[in-house]
Design a protein around this ligand. Structure first.
Ligand code: MG
Length: 464
């Protein structure tokens, strides 16, 4: 097995160096960087319309690349959203979603199963250096950590930054709205060891950034994949001294502006090393804003609701693709998803997609590089292990709805489903079901077809 894997790793490099025509040397395989935020809302960036958060680096990135306005994650909370990105599969297929416990916690005994193939694994097997920095949240025990899932290294807080509350007699308001590092017993890990506890979260964005810059320098002569998953702007909010008080939007804005600075540093390092024109960088977030935290949560802009719900604000994310000289700059209104990253990365690198399992993504290359329409025409909105809504083309049907985090204990069943035209009505205000029975019928067929093709995996989130 080891030898086989070794061969799989070396083969693409040897082919590139000696067999492919021209000087298609190994280093010409494109580098890939994914920057994934936590709970950043659709409306939280300048280039997505925020009036008082300044994001000049992301705005410039969007100006030079593609700003995707209808880009989705496959779950409205952290763990399943990350599982979908890493595996290119709806989390119902790998047990990383649950109606009972929606995410992994510090007392969880399980995580992403070893049989799952991550983007890191796929690209490592193709000869890439692979590194994970930041929030993993797919299991903090050894069999489930990034270095057990195809990553050469890991540096980060393995779950949410509000988990592991340290014992202290504090009100919720004190703990969250005036956060101190010692209020949380959050670990910082390097590979499989805890190196700091509690992690100093004030400097975490800065340290993640420096780690990524070092990794880029270290790997500048070989293809690399870096997955940077920020812990912020998930509450509790922490910011380094330099950005404290910097934003007109208060502490939340300070945190987002530090992330914007981080993006500038990373793109700057790629430019400085002449790697920019051989590197695809993707920026997005794992789910919508945590609105119940008021001004410490973000904004979904004109989209309805936020984190924890299957309304658009919970699952549509501010997304930018950047690859100077390769991606033609424009605003893309076609659909895309984090599910599509794995097939897209496979296509640009020549890496092999896992052939023995059902994947749910599309290669977005035709949109990114050739100005074509998106191959994605549907999206399935899961709430835990249950399918709540389906989008087909411009229409979205809700079979169930539940407002995020505030008050509503039981989901509301809609029969007939609610129907919204997301082109005319991106805020999902006007139900047009009565006028479009043919659309409901078509979406109903698509929904059933999807459900018939899903075999739910054993629930991993409930294991304690
Ligand atoms: Mg999140």
């Amino acid at each position: 097995m080891t030898n086989y894997r070794h061969c799989r790793t070396l083969l693409p490099l040897l082919l590139a160096a000696f067999v492919l025509p021209g000087a298609a040397a190994a280093e010409k395989l494109p580098n890939i960087v994914v920057i994934f935020c936590d709970d950043l809302g659709y409306g939280d960036l300048g280039c997505f319309g925020h009036p008082t958060i300044a994001t000049p680096n992301l705005d410039q990135m969007a100006h030079e690349g593609q700003r995707w306005t209808e880009f989705y994650v496959a779950a409205c909370v952290c763990t399943p959203s990350r599982a979908a990105l890493q595996t290119g599969r709806y989390p119902i297929r790998n047990g990383m979603c649950s109606g009972q416990r929606r995410v992994l916690f510090p007392d969880s005994k399980s995580g992403l199963q070893p049989s799952e193939i991550t983007i890191g694994r796929m690209l490592k097997d193709h000869g890439y250096a692979t590194h994970c920095v930041g929030k993993w949240h797919l299991g903090h025990l050894k069999p489930h950590l990034p270095t057990s899932h195809g990553y050469d290294s890991y540096f980060g807080i393995p779950y949410s930054n509000d988990m592991d509350a340290a014992p202290a007699k504090l009100t919720r308001k004190q703990r969250f709205w005036s956060p101190q590092v010692e209020y949380w017993n959050v670990p910082l890990m390097r590979d499989m060891e805890i190196v700091e506890r509690p992690a100093n979260q004030h400097t975490i964005t800065k340290r993640y950034t420096e780690e990524v810059q070092q990794l880029i320098r270290k790997n500048k002569d070989q293809p690399f994949f870096i997955y940077l998953a920020h812990n912020l702007p998930h509450v509790p909010l922490f910011v380094s001294e330099k950005f404290s008080g910097a934003s007109r939007r208060g502490l939340y804005g300070d945190v987002v502006e530090e992330i914007d600075w981080s993006v500038g540093q990373i793109l700057g390092t790629l430019r400085e090393l002449n790697l920019a024109e051989n590197t695809l960088v993707v920026f997005t977030s794992d789910n919508g804003p945590w609105k119940s935290f008021q001004d410490h949560g973000g904004s979904a802009g004109l989209l309805r609701d936020g984190k924890g719900s299957t309304w658009e604000g919970g699952m549509r994310e501010p997304t930018i693709f950047w690859w100077p000289g390769k991606i033609s700059p424009r605003v893309v209104s076609g659909m895309g998803s984090t599910l599509d990253l794995m097939p897209t990365f496979a296509a640009i690198s020549g890496a092999k997609l896992p052939a023995d399992r059902k994947l749910d993504g599309y290669d977005l290359g035709p949109v990114l590089f050739h100005g074509q329409v998106s191959p994605r025409n549907e999206m399935f909105y899961y709430h835990g292990s249950e399918l709540y809504a389906v989008r087909q083309g411009s229409f979205k049907a809700h079979y169930k709805t539940k407002t995020s985090y505030v008050g509503q204990k039981e989901a509301v069943v809609h029969d007939p489903p609610l129907l919204f035209h997301l082109g005319h009505d991106p805020s999902e205000q006007w139900d047009v079901a009565a006028d479009h029975s043919e659309v409901l019928e078509s979406i109903g067929k698509l929904r059933q077809q999807h459900l018939d093709g899903v075999e739910p995996a054993e629930d991993q989130l409930v294991k304690r």
